[in-house]
Design a protein around this ligand. Sequence first.
Ligand SMILES: Nc1ncnc2c1ncn2[C@@H]1O[C@H](COP(=O)(O)OP(=O)(O)OP(=O)(O)O)[C@@H](O)[C@H]1O
Length: 255
Amino acid sequence: MGVSTPQLALQTRGLCKEFRGFRAVSSVDLDVHEGSIHALVGPNGAGKTTLFNLLSGFLSVSEGSIELFGRDITGLAPERIAHLGVARSFQITSLFEHLTPLEHVELALQGMTRDGYRFWRSDRSLRRFRARADELIEEVGLAALADRPAGVLAYGQKRALEMALVAALNPKVLLLDEPTAGMGVEDVDRTIELVRRISQGRTVVFVDHNMHVVGSLADRVTVLQSGAVLAEGTYDEVRRDERVVTAYLGEADHA
Ligand SMILES: Nc1ncnc2c1ncn2[C@@H]1O[C@H](COP(=O)(O)OP(=O)(O)OP(=O)(O)O)[C@@H](O)[C@H]1O
């Protein structure tokens, strides 16, 4: 009888974040459908990173609520939210220059087990994860560099390794903060493919300034301005929206 609505992976209602009276995120109602790729865009300072930090629990919520698959996760610690299946892309600074990509992924896989991150564990115990680590390294296109120190990887390759580390967590929801930032055209296109592959069977929310990336990947786009939702829809809908055009032109004017 009733029309079945697709399940929401993430839902926020009236979400606010204030920094000493300044509203960086203001009454945001966000619906992210399960299995979708959802982009957050907006001019500099629009509140995208702050919203990401709220979703992953890295910042406390000032007002409003966050639900993950219908469960209220407002106020949960980041590790609890991670445990419930939300992973955030690693920052480059979290790579260990002397460890190889393979070792990074093996450690990430070990971190998922009861053993946790035990760096003093023997090579033998890590070898249990070798086959899966090989797969992940292959998937992100780093097979030829699997045994080189991460320090020698080029920028785009480091970002690919971060993607493998996030995928190793096997999350239900993946939050990617500017996956193509600072990349040349080739790396951007490779990353689009990579995100597409990694998004299979998952929900992805990403922030990116590159509209080619947003247009190629996003099923839905939420445009933020001054902390609030300015527009929401498909890429084609939002890019034709007068208010969105004005917001971006306004930014260009001030550049
Ligand atoms: N810890 C903080 N304390 C005070 N103000 C903050 C803090 N973090 C962010 N802000 C402010 O909140 C606003 C939103 O910042 P945020 O980094 O979320 O924007 P953004 O959309 O991610 O921008 P960008 O595209 O430049 O990364 C900005 O005005 C910023 O200065």
